[in-house]
Design a protein around this ligand. Structure first.
Ligand code: SF4
Length: 266
């Protein structure tokens, strides 16, 4: 399927929860987060029906995000249900890696192809401060477990303030080189100010070739991260919500006053 700017839309990012076990300073605001009520969150069959509808319209790349997807109960069952949909060529998950050592094997068995793992520093104290209490050793264990399970290529999402020559980014880059991991540098973004840039080493943020839609945990199809546009799958049905989102996909991002990274899935 193509949008009105002739961009091929073949990528659906699915946020399976707005909850997270970490509180990264650039994602979860210090003043606290407004968490969705359980009944607002799509159940598995609703998520699968959106994924099926999207694949039926030409989506062949699906990424599971959050919040933190691995804290959603019975996540392996959901991964399998989506993995069983014929036509998905690239099936990935973005995770903070804290629970990956526990789930990597089962994720691969359920059909997941690969993972992106967040890692902005190698310094345990700095990691703890950035994530409000996270244990970096769990991430290293998760990376090794993902390798063992064959969830490759493993991509590391490294958030930077300005450039990839910042000391933490240089250290993470070396770690990736030494461990055969691919690195992406994601410059801190601001939804309300409309500040974003192209992901270095990826395609995110490049509006001219944008190929993605997002499904939020509460069932909104968003044509663009930096826009307030969203289409409710519970009200419109999956097919119509997807069609409306593609039909209204903006040429480029602007600002987003209604969503947060943790409830859109970045
Ligand atoms: S800002 Fe919107 S149009 Fe641009 S790359 Fe991001 S999602 Fe696509």
């Amino acid at each position: 399927m193509f949008d009105k700017y002739n961009r091929k839309i073949n990528y659906l990012r699915i946020s399976v929860t707005d909850r997270c076990n970490l509180r990264c300073v650039y994602c979860m605001p210090e003043e606290g987060v407004t968490i969705l009520d359980h009944k607002e969150i799509l159940n598995f069959s609703e998520i699968v029906s959106v994924a099926k509808a999207a694949v039926g319209k030409g989506v062949d790349k699906i990424r599971l995000t959050g919040g933190e997807p691995l804290i959603r109960n019975s996540i392996i069952d959901l991964v399998k249900m989506i993995g069983d949909i014929k036509g998905i060529k690239d099936y990935a998950m973005t995770t903070n890696g804290i629970f990956l050592d526990k789930f990597a094997h089962d994720l691969a068995k359920a059909g997941l192809h690969r993972v992106n793992i967040s890692l902005d520093t190698l310094n345990p104290e700095k990691y703890k401060q950035l994530t409000s209490g996270g244990n970096i050793q769990k991430v290293f264990d998760g990376i090794q477990a993902a390798k063992k399970a064959g969830l490759e290529p493993i991509k590391i999402n490294c958030v930077i303030k300005d450039n990839n020559q910042e000391p933490d980014a240089v250290a993470v880059t070396k770690y990736c080189e030494d461990n055969n991991l691919q690195i992406r540098y994601i410059k801190e973004m601001d939804l309300e100010k409309g500040e974003f840039s192209i992901v270095q080493g990826g395609t995110g943020g490049d509006c001219a070739i944008c190929n993605r839609l997002r499904l939020t945990a509460n069932g909104m199809i968003k044509p663009c991260l930096f826009s307030d546009l969203e289409f409710n799958v519970r009200k419109l049905g999956a097919e119509k919500a997807i069609d409306e989102a593609i039909g209204n996909k903006p040429l480029s991002g602007h600002v987003n006053h209604t969503g947060k990274f943790y409830n859109i899935g970045g």
